[in-house]
Design a protein around this ligand. Structure first.
Ligand code: PLP
Length: 394
C-alpha cells in the first residue's frame, strides 16, 4: 500500500482546476467569448522582452555543457551574486550570495523552509484566507497547521485570535502579502505589531519563532501602496520569492529562499533549508532560467493591466451592491458572496458561465475569489453576468 497521505493529495479534487476544465468544456459548446473564466492565477501578460533576449544571448554565446549542466546545489554563484546585489540595493539589506538558495519557484522555497525548520508536531501558524497548498506543504512535513481566522473588514490580522494560537510549540508563521486571494497588503503598522508579538513570545518561550514571508506578488502593488520589507521589521524572517508573477514565468519554476545574516543561527538555518532541498531531491534549480532570472531581477513584466482590472472590477461590483475590500496588489479580488453559502454562490455563477472560486477553499467562507489576470475586455464582457448574479439575490 502506498503512503496514504500522498494518495490522498494525489486524488484530492482541486476546485480551481475543475472550474478551469469546466470552462474549457463549456467554451466548446457556447464559444470561448461567452465563458467568463476567472478561476486560475496564471499571469496574462508576456514576460518583458529582456527575458527572451537574455535567453537567446545565453544560447548563442555560452558553452552548452556549462549552460545546461548542473549548477551548484544552491544555485550558480554568479547568478546568486547578481540577485544578492539587487536585494541589497532595493531593500537596504546586506544580502550575500551565500544566503540565497535558488528554488523551483516559491512552492519549493516554502517546502524547503518547512522541511528545514520543522520537526514533527511543531506548529505552523497561517492567516486565513491563504493559498490552499500551504495545508499540503505543512502537513506533509508532519507539522500541525494553526489557522488564524480572517479579519474580513480589511484582511489585516486579528491579533486577539493570533495571540491565542501561539504556543511553546509554534515554530514559524507564514505571511503572504500582497495576498492570494484577498489582494490585501499588510501595512507597516500591522507588521510592526506582529513583530512585537513574535519578539515577546520568542522571549517568553526561549526559542526563536520564525516568520516566512511568502512574497511572489511583491512587485504587483498598486499606486500609493507600500509593501514593507519584512526582514527590516522582524529579525527572524526568511524570504521566499519567485519570478512566477513579476516576470510572468510561472512555468519556468524559478525563485529563491533568502536567509538574512541577522536570523538567529542563520548559518544553521541556511544549512537546514539547503538540506531540505537535498532531501526533497531538488538537486538544483533549472540552470538556464537561473541565469535569465539573475539578469532580469530588477525588471518586471508590464503589470499595469492588473491595476486597471482591479479598479474596473472594484468600481463596477460595488455599484452592483457587492461588498469589496479594494485590493492593494496581486491580481485577485475577494468580494463577499451575496448569500452565506459561497459554494452555492459559485455554482449559481457557474450557471451564468461565470467561473469564480468559493472562498471556503481558502479558509474564508462567504467570499469568492476572482482572478483578474485576464484581458480587460473579458471583464467588460462579464459585467452583465455579475449584474445578473447580484439581481438574483436582491
Ligand atoms: N505562494 C502563493 C501565495 C501563491 O499564490 C503561489 C502561486 O500561485 C505560490 C506561493 C507558488 O508560486 P510558484 O509558482 O512560484 O511556485
Amino acid at each position: 500500500m502506498p503512503n496514504e497521505q500522498m494518495v490522498n493529495y494525489g486524488q484530492a479534487r482541486s476546485v480551481i482546476r475543475e472550474l478551469f476544465e469546466y470552462g474549457n468544456q463549456r467554451a466548446k459548446i457556447v464559444g470561448r467569448d461567452k465563458v467568463y473564466d476567472f478561476s486560475l492565477g496564471n499571469p496574462s501578460v508576456a514576460p518583458p522582452p529582456e527575458v527572451d533576449r537574455e535567453l537567446r544571448r545565453l544560447l548563442d554565446t555560452s558553452d552548452p555543457c556549462a549552460l545546461h549542466g548542473y549548477t551548484s546545489a544552491p544555485g550558480d554563484p554568479e547568478a546568486r551574486a547578481k540577485i544578492a546585489a539587487s536585494i541589497s540595493r532595493r531593500f537596504g539589506m546586506d544580502c550575500e550570495a551565500g544566503q540565497l538558495y535558488l528554488t523551483v519557484g516559491a512552492a519549493a522555497g516554502l517546502c524547503c523552509c518547512l522541511r528545514g525548520l520543522c520537526n514533527p508536531g511543531d506548529e505552523v501558524v497561517v492567516f486565513a484566507p491563504f493559498f490552499p497548498e500551504y495545508g499540503v506543504f505543512i502537513q506533509s512535513v508532519g507539522a500541525v497547521m494553526k489557522v488564524t481566522p480572517p479579519e474580513i473588514e480589511g484582511f489585516q490580522i486579528d491579533f486577539a485570535a493570533l495571540e491565542r494560537l501561539i504556543t511553546p510549540k509554534t515554530k514559524l508563521l507564514i505571511v503572504n502579502s500582497p495576498n492570494n486571494p484577498s489582494g490585501a497588503v499588510y501595512s507597516e503598522e500591522t507588521l510592526k505589531k506582529l513583530a512585537a508579538l513574535l519578539e515577546e513570545k520568542s522571549h517568553e518561550y526561549g526559542h526563536p519563532i520564525y516568520l516566512i514571508s511568502d512574497e511572489p506578488y511583491r512587485e504587483i502593488a498598486f499606486a500609493g501602496v507600500e509593501v514593507p520589507y519584512i526582514p527590516k521589521l522582524y529579525r527572524n524572517t526568511l524570504v521566499v520569492y519567485s519570478w512566477s508573477k513579476s516576470l510572468s514565468l510561472p512555468g519556468e519554476r524559478i525563485g529563491y529562499v533568502y536567509v538574512p545574516g541577522q536570523v538567529e543561527d542563520s548559518e544553521t538555518v541556511y544549512a537546514a533549508v539547503a538540506g531540505a532541498g537535498r532531501a526533497l531531491g531538488y538537486v538544483c534549480a533549472p540552470s538556464l532560467i537561473q541565469r535569465v532570472a539573475a539578469a532580469c531581477c530588477d525588471l518586471t513584466a508590464d503589470l499595469s493591466v492588473y491595476e486597471r482590472n482591479a479598479e474596473l472590477l472594484t468600481r463596477e461590483l460595488r455599484a452592483m451592491g457587492y461588498h469589496v475590500v479594494a485590493p492593494g496588489g496581486t491580481f485577485y479580488l475577494f468580494p463577499r458572496t451575496l448569500i452565506p453559502d459561497d459554494v452555492a454562490f459559485s455554482e449559481a455563477a457557474k450557471a451564468l458561465d461565470l467561473l469564480i472560486v468559493p472562498g471556503s477553499g481558502f479558509y474564508c467562507p462567504g467570499h469568492v475569489r476572482i482572478s483578474y489576470c485576464v484581458p480587460t475586455e473579458r471583464i467588460e464582457r462579464a459585467l452583465p453576468a455579475f449584474r445578473k448574479l447580484a439581481e438574483r439575490y436582491r
